[in-house]
Write a protein that binds this ligand. Structure first.
Ligand code: 5AD
Ligand code: SF4
Length: 439
């Protein structure tokens, strides 16, 4: 009989990619994926530590598995991803019913760790960072399963050390993959039916910048744009300081590049941006946004903003509100600052109360909700090209796809349209998706 595994993924797209690799690896040692821990012989959490809330979730979820293990002691429980990387072997001491821990550079060692537990009930962890060469050989290749859209990792790690951020500690230093390998992978994906790729990296637009012999990120986009059969191209996540003019121009030149960019600003206050070690001022950021809008008038921006950074005063917060009003983001992910131990900002003193922070957070949310709603409502009755990705969860006969702005559209159609771009009229605008009809 086949063994079964249950996998839950938290956090960013990097973890999604790693989880796709985990599925392949576990299938390779005789496991099939199931949708509930109760049915599994092996349960895994792929974790995120970017904020305290994400980290606490991991412990909460592990607790849910304990009663299952009490009933079935042979159940194997494992933790991977960023929390695993940070905590390492300590997690095995803290959680007696945990069997294995694997870090962000050690996904490939999962089969070995699982087999050790199976054979000898030997608990294990693998969280060492690997050298550049080894990492370049391990960039996750995953099998295609009827995917229309696909993430392709082009670089990993981060050297920026924004003062609030744990990522450089849990994902290691920056490495870029050879461009020829990326192009070959995308050509092969397209041959297997993929129509849209999203290039991924913690700081994707610094791709190649540390390697003299490598082409620039903008040149990489041009090469990918030329791949026949590929319909759409996206990338995430970009750092404003690495938005070169050459890269901005791509939005005016490359017909496959979607007219959307996620460009985290984090704050509108120059004082706070400096404390965050972001490497740009609000004026620098706004200049780049203006150029993007100039070369590509239809472009829509989304962003990440942190509220309540240590010492952020009302005037700093006002500057963020002003910037949000000026840029008019289509969407924004807003976060309350969460101190991460080992980061520079965790050492800063803070004179603002948590009530002040919470109130500001809500003011920002209200402003952004209004701007976001105005942006999306403006699409009502428009006919927009939609790349059809598959059957929608909304019900029988419903398909879903996305616009160039990455907005989800549900509409009635047949499965024969999957993988094609079709015109769809927007008939209802919801908070996070739209309802459309074929025209
Ligand atoms: N506290 C709050 N938000 C954070 N982010 C990263 N680190 C922290 C932190 N310590 C946010 C940033 C980043 C997004 C992925 O998470 O806005 O862009
Ligand atoms: Fe979370 Fe950052 Fe790890 Fe992604 S890289 S899972 S956002 S901590």
């Amino acid at each position: 009989m086949n063994k079964a595994f249950y996998l839950e993924t938290f956090g960013c797209q990097m973890n999604v990619v790693d989880s796709e690799r985990i599925v392949d690896l576990l299938e390779g040692i005789g496991y099939a994926q199931v949708d509930a821990a109760e049915k599994a012989d092996l349960v895994l959490l792929n974790t995120c530590s970017v904020r305290d809330k994400a980290e606490r979730k991991v412990y909460g979820h592990l607790g849910r598995f304990k009663p299952i293990k009490d009933q079935r002691p042979e159940l194997i429980i494992g933790v991977g991803g960023c929390v695993a990387q940070q905590e390492g072997e300590k997690m095995l001491e803290k959680i007696p019913y945990l069997d294995l821990v694997f870090g962000t550079h050690n996904v490939h060692r999962l089969p070995e760790l699982v087999q050790q537990v199976e054979a000898k009930r030997q608990r294990g962890s693998a969280t060492e960072f690997l050298d550049r060469e080894t990492r370049l050989n391990l960039f996750p290749q995953r099998s295609v399963r009827d995917n229309i859209t696909r993430f392709v990792t082009v670089m990993q790690g981060c050297d920026n050390f924004c003062s609030y951020c744990i990522v450089p500690q849990v994902r290691g230093r920056e490495v870029s993959r050879p461009s020829a390998e990326i192009v070959t992978e995308i050509e092969s994906l397209v041959a297997q039916g993929v129509r849209e790729v999203t290039l991924l990296g913690q700081n994707v637009n610094s791709y190649g910048s540390k390697d003299e012999s490598e082409i620039s990120f903008a040149q990489l986009l041009r090469r990918i744009n030329a791949i026949e059969g590929l319909e759409r191209l996206r990338f995430a996540t970009s750092h404003p300081k690495d938005m070169t003019d050459e890269l901005i121009d791509c939005f005016g030149e490359l017909e496959k590049l979607c007219k959307h960019i996620h460009l985290p600003v984090q704050s509108g206050s120059d004082r706070i941006l400096k404390l965050m070690n972001r490497g740009y001022s609000s004026a620098d950021y706004l200049r780049k946004v203006a150029r993007l809008q100039q070369v590509c008038p239809e472009i829509r921006l989304t962003t990440d903003i942190i509220v309540g950074f240590p010492g952020e005063a009302e005037a700093d917060f006002q500057a963020t509100l002003e910037l949000v009003k000026q840029v008019r983001y289509a969407d924004a992910f807003t976060f309350l600052y969460s101190p991460r131990s080992g980061t520079a900002a965790a050492e800063l003193s803070d004179d603002q109360s948590s009530m002040q922070k919470q109130q500001r957070f809500e003011r920002l949310l209200a402003l952004q909700n209004r701007i976001g709603e105005e942006t999306w409502q403006a699409d009502l009755h428009k006919v927009l090209p939609v790349l059809v990705e598959g059957e929608s969860k909304q019900g029988e006969g419903q398909m879903f796809g996305r616009t160039t702005w990455n907005r989800i559209i549900n509409f009635t159609a047949g499965t024969d349209l999957i993988g094609t771009i079709v015109p769809v009229k927007i008939i209802k605008v919801f908070r996070n998706s739209n309802l459309g009809e074929r025209v």
